[in-house]
Design a protein around this ligand. Structure first.
Ligand code: MG
Length: 376
């Protein structure tokens, strides 16, 4: 089915005669105030700057929170830089050429995470060239979007989990998300009950298993947890297990959210066709940048399936402004680029009373700090 254009994202004009002159990468590491896992208190990002023949310099990023930063940077510095030098600086023109060139190394994963650094930098350059924010370059649909509170909190003791839920309520969120997947499902039941108790019946509650369960475990766990009026269950199974999702989808009473570990529009189509997913959650970096993110958004709109972007609110929040359907942006406490001290200038988005707005800075508006890896 092809939707009328008013139900898809805007048709961004990124055409340019400029070509890519050079690419510079800088690895950055931030200490996490609230580590996602107890033994990995660091988050890694690759800053990618692309210089164009018209003198414009676009700044982008490859987000590699715990795994793969060195491999991603090496791919950008070698094969990608060699290929893109002298080619069009139009991100929508370059993306399919670069993907075809790299495909032998893998259609998604490290390949697309590395491509995102180039793609986001070229979208930034396109906005700077036109003195337009990313939102206005693509086509603004709204002036603010709701934010939901999200916790990477499976390792939190119960009292810390409850305290976090209290902070979410105070922050004005209408929806929140917590981790599940303890070895004993009874502990998950206690923790979900505690958070539901804090947030009350009127706020929506989502749970995220981060691919921890097999099919029988997921079915049993969801049976137990569904009494808490869940808005969605996220990644109950391995993201690769399309057959498992098809089975689960056929019997599950809770909507299934999935997508932060799908890397191409083809994989999103596979899961939608299975059918195995009710809410798609692309991560703008993992899918290869803004160009493929918008393609996935159009696919979701065509299938009438909600899209909820995964993390990176500084970028995802801007993209949420251009989507035809309103969506909620995910905010993990003290884990965005702003809170981690990775921005050299003001953030391109603001969050207040549970809603996100943009500042209108040209391009993507994300200027990462320039100091090398290892800063503290
Ligand atoms: Mg998740």
């Amino acid at each position: 089915m092809t939707l009328p254009t008013d139900q898809l994202h805007g048709a961004a004009d990124t055409r340019t005669d400029a070509t890519v002159v050079g690419v510079t990468t800088t690895p950055l590491t931030a200490s996490m105030p609230r580590p996602w896992v107890p033994d990995a208190p660091w988050l890694h990002v690759i800053r990618v700057e692309v210089e164009c023949s018209d003198g414009t310099v676009g700044s982008g990023l490859s987000w590699t929170p715990t795994i793969g930063a060195a491999a991603v940077r090496a791919l950008i510095d070698t094969d990608i830089t060699t290929f893109v030098r002298g080619r069009s600086a139009d991100p929508q023109h370059l993306w399919p050429e670069l993907w075809r060139h790299l495909h032998e190394a893998g259609g998604g994963g490290v390949t697309t995470i590395a491509m995102a650094g180039i793609d986001t930098a070229l979208w930034d350059a396109a906005g700077i060239r036109r003195t337009a924010s990313l939102v206005d370059l693509i086509g603004r649909r709204r002036d603010s979007v709701p934010v939901y509170g999200s916790g990477v909190n499976l390792h939190y003791p119960l009292d810390e989990l409850v305290a976090q839920a209290e902070r979410w309520v105070a922050a004005g969120y209408d929806a929140v998300k917590m981790k599940v997947g303890k070895p004993d499902i009874a502990e998950d039941v206690d923790r979900v009950a505690a958070v539901r108790d804090v947030i009350g019946r009127d706020r929506r509650l989502r749970i995220d298993a981060n691919q921890r369960w097999d099919l029988p475990t997921a079915q049993a766990a969801i049976d137990r947890l569904s009494e808490f009026d869940l808005d969605w269950i996220e990644e109950p199974l391995r993201a690769d297990d399309t057959a498992g999702y098809r089975h689960l989808h056929g019997s599950c009473t809770v909507p299934i959210a999935l997508g932060e570990n799908l890397h191409t529009v083809h994989r999103f189509r596979d899961l939608l066709d299975a059918p195995g997913v009710d809410i798609v959650q692309p991560n703008v970096v993992r899918v290869g940048g803004i160009t493929p993110f918008l393609e996935i958004a159009d696919l979701a709109a065509e299938r009438d399936v909600p899209l909820a972007p995964h993390l990176l609110p500084e970028l995802s929040g801007q993209l949420a402004m251009v989507l035809a359907a309103e969506t909620e942006v995910e905010a993990v406490e003290e884990a965005d680029l702003t809170a981690l001290g990775l921005l050299a200038g003001p953030a391109p988005v603001r969050v207040d009373s549970g809603r996100l707005t943009t500042t209108g800075a040209p391009g993507c508006g994300i200027r990462l700090v320039g100091s090398p890896a290892g800063r503290s």
